[in-house]
Every structure is written in structure tokens, then in C-alpha cells.
Write a protein that binds this ligand. Sequence first.
Ligand SMILES: Nc1ncnc2c1ncn2[C@@H]1O[C@H](COP(=O)(O)OP(=O)(O)O)[C@@H](O)[C@H]1O
Ligand SMILES: [Mg+2]
Length: 379
Amino acid sequence: MTGRKSGPKREQILEALRDVQDPELHRSIVELNMVREIAVEDGRVAVEVLLTISGCPLRETIAQAVTERLRAIPGVSEVDVRLGVMDQEQRQALIRQLHGGGLPAAMDGATPPSRTQGLLAVGSTTRVIAIASGKGGVGKSTVTANLAVAMALEGRRVGVIDADIYGFSIPRMLGVTGRPTAIDQMLIPLESDGIRVMSIGFLLPDESAAVVWRGPMLHRALVTFISEVHWGDDLEYLLIDLPPGTGDVSLTIAQTLPRASMLTVTTPQPAAVSVAERAAKMAELVNMEVIGVVENMSGFTPAPGAPTVDLFGRGGGARLAEILGVPLLGEIPFDVTLREGGDIGLPTVKAYPDCPASRALREVARRVVARLPVAILGS
Ligand SMILES: Nc1ncnc2c1ncn2[C@@H]1O[C@H](COP(=O)(O)OP(=O)(O)O)[C@@H](O)[C@H]1O
Ligand SMILES: [Mg+2]
């Protein structure tokens, strides 16, 4: 409802607010129809912005951004921003819009609903990469977390799904805690350094809580993380940290996201190579493309210039890459800061971007991006 004629026009106000984004949804508040009442009287502008939920943790951020944009319009002397809350119907309309007119939740784990937007959309430009290995403890989660940071440092928009439901470790490694905002049945991922993250760890009462679930529930949790989390259409890369082993989870991913690729992590040890090979064969069976191999825990250099010690043998990564006929994307040296950083939520790539392990991980990130380029969406 536009007020008197003097002062800026309604269109001018909406235009000024167009690039204010909802910080959680990563979409323009104008596009999301969150700017409602607009009243203009002389130089005084009053607007109402409807938030998705009353406890919106970022309400002040939105109010401040709106105030700043309105003040910058020539002729505006006074700004009054009121924050309201959407009712259920308005929220459902917003969720439908975010899902591109999709259907309600696929919580029963059945075939996910068809959508025109989101990860499940035929036209989704998000590149999905599952990080796999045959067995635990080879550094899958460490590689996933640091790769996400490295990609974000390169300016890529990255998300991480922690698909290791029993042994989730991504929240701790990336230093993300908290509970995801739920807008009705849609979950908003938590964010750390711009990386969007979802883990079962965010939904449990505390970090030590045990998950005792059967296979179908794991499947359902993963499908929910893929289809009911608002990853945002601007997400360029989604890394999925798989649990150790092969089987079930890869199958769920392959069925839900038919265009997902796989990155295989191994240590230099021959024994690790044969299990990693099994994981890659599994990928082949479910039609997932393996884009490359990362060798982790390669040589350890106790001090600068000292001879390198091959703690876990040698050459496993190169051998696996050869067997699979894919490139070896990097060899990550054994580095104590990778473990320490993982324990305190400070990824090495962020803390020491120039140490040898970080350089190797950043090179892996560049190669993955080169292998799986995304359309530049403009910013
Ligand atoms: N390159 C490395 N150098 C030193 N420690 C590492 C390295 N990679 C992983 N770690 C440590 O090894 C342990 C297992 O790594 P993790 O990423 O949890 O493996 P996975 O996810 O495959 O089970 C963790 O304590 C981690 O900090
Ligand atoms: Mg792990």
C-alpha cells in the first residue's frame, strides 16, 4: 500500500531492497515476498518485513540492511522498519516457492518428490561429490572438511552433508554447533565461514548421544538431508562425507542424486588400496562416476628439511588411481595440525593455508573444480 505521492515510489523502494538477502535462505527478500506494507509520507518511509519464524536469529541483520538501503534512497529522511512474522499459509507459500512448486516432505523415504528447484531438480547446477573409502580412519572426514574450506577460499559456494550418521564428525571438525532453523518441514543448514553444513549431530541432544537406527532410518535421514534441507539454488558444490564401507549409503545417494560423483580416499598402504577399490567398484555398480583418488597420510616430515618417513607405506594412491583409470588428485602428507585442527574445529587449510598439507588439499580442490566446473551464476 503506497502512501502519498511525494517521496520515493513503491517500485523504487522494492528496487533498493532487491539485493537485501535473507541471510539463511540466500535469496532476495523482495523475491521471497517478505517486504509487505510500504508507506511513504514525504521523506518518511515505513516498511514491514515478514520473517519466516518469530525467533529468526538474524532478524537484526535483516532490519539493519533494510534500513541502510532505504536511507540511501535520495529524498528519504526517516526510515521505520517493522519486523513481522509470516503465518503458516505464508510460510507454506514461501517453501513452495523455494522448492519450485514442489510437493510436501518426502519423510517416508519413498521416491523423493519431483521438483523444479533444489538439488533434486533436473536443472540443478550443484555438483555433488561423495567422499568415500573402504574403511574408517583413513581421513575421509578430514579431507572433506578441509576440501570444503579450500573450495570456499577459492570463492566457491559449498555445502557439506555429514552422511556418517553413527560416527558423525563434521560438526566438530568444522567447528559448527547449534540447531538448524526449521521453517515448518524445511531445515536451514548451519553455516561456518560460508560453508553450509548439515549433520545428524545438530539434531541430537548432545555430541555423545548414540544413534541406534536400522538401515531404513539411515536412508530416510540421508534423503531428508538431501531433499528437505534448503541448500539454496546458488550452491555450487555439495560434499557428502560417507560412512566407512560401501553399500547402503552410496546406493541411497546414487538413487536420490543420479548425477553425483565420487572421490576416493586411501592411505598409501596396499591393504587400504584394496578396500578403497571395493568402494570404487560399488560406485561403478550404482553408476556413480569416480573423479579421482586422494592419498592421505602420505609421508611424514618430522622437521623442515628432515627426511620424510613413510608411516603408512608408499604409493597406494597412485596404484589405486591406476587400477581405476582415474587421476590421482593429491597426496596429503601426515600432518599433526590436521588432527589437532580436526579436534578443535579449526581446519588446517584455514589455520595454516601455506603448510604442505594445506597446499596439497588446496590443489585437490582446484583440480576437483577444474574437473567439475560449474556455470558461473554471476554474483
Ligand atoms: N593427513 C593426516 N595427518 C595427520 N592426521 C590425520 C590426517 N588425516 C586424518 N588424520 C587424523 O586421523 C584420524 C581419522 O581421520 P578421519 O578424517 O576421522 O577419518 P575417516 O573419516 O576416514 O574415518 C583423525 O583423528 C584425523 O584427525
Ligand atoms: Mg569420518
